[in-house]
Design a protein around this ligand. Structure first.
Ligand code: SAH
Length: 246
């Protein structure tokens, strides 16, 4: 009986071991599958010269920027420019942000890994994909329906399972999922929407471009129910955060 069992046990253990290895590597593989050697080289160069050189040092953020297939978030005709130092059009008069701005905004949120994050302005879904690899869950709202639908599909195809995409008005936030640990706004309102501050936890941060023609990136920390601390970061240029009636 013993002689019979041992090969079975060995085979069983090998299968178990294989399953565990496969499960552990699956998420990584699904990301890197899309990053061939050529795209990886472009992404590494992008990180080195556009992001690290400008002072972003958080290794987790840098790694995610190296591994996220930005070329799949832009129209195919623009794929070869995806890792260059500027925003690009994504249709519907909207843009995917410059890589440095994505990295900087992500870095300033000082993420630990267990956060629930709200993004306003899904656009291509790229910023949401970057965040998805650094936090527990991402909720993202896009006002243009076709962009919301395309991004939802894209994020699903690329296996980002912890992102929830909604077509809707970002000024309303996502009350059912609130409160959030952090909020990132990637379109510029004239003033910081109070509804978003209300949906933030105490001690949580909002990174947001504020203004009209002249905009500045602000990092806002919610101290308590009635008080926030504001810090100006840099001048920026984002598309406006529109009201549904505009
Ligand atoms: N984060 C995006 C880039 C955002 S561009 C990316 O990684 O690709 C800004 C986006 O904000 C646009 O897609 C625009 O349609 C959207 N937007 C503008 N006003 C909005 C609002 N009130 N609510 C939600 N989305 C809005």
């Amino acid at each position: 009986m013993k002689k019979f069992l041992s090969p079975f046990i060995i085979i069983f253990m090998l299968i178990q071991f294989g399953t565990i290895c496969f499960a552990q590597s699956q998420h990584k593989q699904s990301q890197s599958l899309f990053m061939t050697k050529e795209w990886s080289e472009k992404a590494n160069t992008m990180v080195k010269y556009q992001i690290e050189k400008r002072g972003v040092t958080n290794e987790k953020v840098l790694n995610v920027m190296r591994n996220t297939p930005r070329h799949l978030f832009v129209p195919p005709a623009l794929a070869s420019m995806a890792y260059d130092d500027y925003p690009l059009p994504i249709g519907e008069d909207q843009t995917i942000s410059q890589p440095y701005v994505v990295a900087l905004m992500t870095d300033l949120l000082n993420l630990k890994g267990n956060e629930k994050i709200l993004e306003i302005g899904t656009g291509s879904g790229y910023q949401a994909a970057v965040l998805a690899q650094l936090v527990d869950s991402v909720y993202t709202i896009e006002i243009v329906e076709s962009l919301a639908n395309n991004s939802k599909q894209r994020l699903q195809n690329l296996n980002y399972k912890n992102v929830n995409v909604r077509h809707g008005d970002g000024y309303k936030g996502w009350p059912e999922a609130a409160p959030f640990d952090a909020i990132i706004v990637t379109a510029a309102p004239k003033e910081v929407p109070q509804s978003l501050i209300d949906q933030l936890k105490f001690g949580g941060k909002i990174i947001i471009p504020v203004g009209d023609k002249w905009q500045e990136l602000q990092l806002i920390t919610k101290i308590d129910k009635d008080n926030v601390k504001k810090k100006s970061v840099i001048p920026v240029r984002f598309v406006p955060m529109v009201h549904p009636t505009e």
